[in-house]
Design a protein around this ligand. Structure first.
Ligand code: CP
Ligand code: NVA
Length: 316
């Protein structure tokens, strides 16, 4: 399976991609990073257009898509809910068909996974999920690239997600790890463990890749042996009304220096998709500490997103 086989493909959820397709994208991103650090820029997207629909705010995802696309000579167009009729005055299906006639590709960040799926079904162009309530697939490509940069081989690495493990990032990370043979543990309060559908799905992928999916409520036992300790905000976008309960429930799941030490491994790393709320999901000491790789991870959003764009638009 060559990377050129991804031409025309949408990226809605990592479950739709084979392990080989995911690896190909992560390896391409590593090449693009090298290219970028050497100051080499292509014109591979000259004359191409990309619609960027954002129902929720974004720093990394928007900037990664805009800069990656523009650096290659393409023209990205940012569309907030105030700019287009999507889902209000016009159906998603109609918007998709119109955008598909004007743009080469569409990125969607929003609430409903059903919307990004409809955009892909009706537009006839590649559609990228830039985060929904359910999934955040482009984030996980950057996470895998960062893990590979630190450890080389991905297979057999131990990734432990601590905190709100039923959110979009945790669910996607679990699927990505299961696909590629990394062991995945979710350490979370019983109310916030990943949903059973996704756990079953991940366990099926894990059976094929030879990894294990573990769910525990004990953060200290959970991180033992971890190569990667990963966390995300305790209150995701759109859940602001749940903040008070979450802070109380998740207090024992804060990633502290003691929790990092409980991995028992000096070379374990700390990852966070960002934005981070310091003092909530991790201490300042951890995010600023020597094990933190969060800014490499943020930078890798751009290289992995460029890989997805070039591969799906068939311009490699
Ligand atoms: N990690 C991530 O998706 O960040 P943004 O919300 O800033 O895009
Ligand atoms: N779980 C977070 C991720 C932000 C990138 C959210 O959905 O707000």
């Amino acid at each position: 399976m060559a990377i050129s086989d991804l031409k025309g493909r949408s990226l809605l959820c990592l479950a739709d991609y084979t392990p080989e397709e995911i690896i190909n994208l992560v390896e391409l991103a590593a090449d693009l990073k090298k290219e970028s650090h050497e100051g080499r820029r292509g014109r591979r997207l000259e004359g191409y257009t990309l619609a960027l629909i954002f129902e929720k705010p974004s720093t990394r995802t928007r900037c990664a898509f805009e800069t990656a696309f523009a650096e290659e000579g393409g023209h990205p167009v940012f569309l907030s809910p105030n700019d287009i009729h999507l889902g209000k005055k016009e159906t998603v299906e109609d918007t998709a068909r119109v955008l598909g006639r004007m743009f080469d590709a569409i990125q969607f960040r929003g609430f409903d996974q059903g919307v990004v799926e409809k955009l892909a079904e009706y537009s006839g162009v590649p559609v990228y999920n830039g985060l929904t309530d359910l999934y955040h697939p482009t984030q996980i490509l950057a996470d895998l690239q960062t893990i590979a940069e630190n450890f080389g081989e991905l297979k057999g690495r131990r990734v432990v997600y601590v905190g709100d493990a039923r959110n979009n990032v945790a669910r996607s990370l679990m699927l990505g790890c299961a696909k590629l043979g990394l062991h995945f543990t979710a350490a979370a309060p019983a109310e916030l463990t990943p949903d059973s559908y996704s756990v079953d799905q991940a366990r099926e992928f894990a059976r094929e890749s030879g990894s294990e999916i573990t769910i525990t409520t004990d953060p200290f036992a959970g991180v033992a042996g971890a190569d990667v300790v990963y966390t995300d905000v305790w209150v995701s976008m759109g859940e602001e009304d749940k903040a008070a309960g979450r802070l109380k429930m998740l207090d024992p799941y804060r990633v502290t220096a003691d929790l990092m030490a409980a991995t028992g491994k000096k070379d374990s790393i700390f990852l966070h998709c960002l934005p981070a709320v310091r003092g909530n999901e991790m201490t300042d000491e951890v995010i600023e500490g020597p094990q933190s790789r969060v800014f490499d991870e943020a930078e890798n959003r751009k290289h992995t997103i460029k890989a997805v764009l070039l591969a799906s638009l068939g311009v490699l």
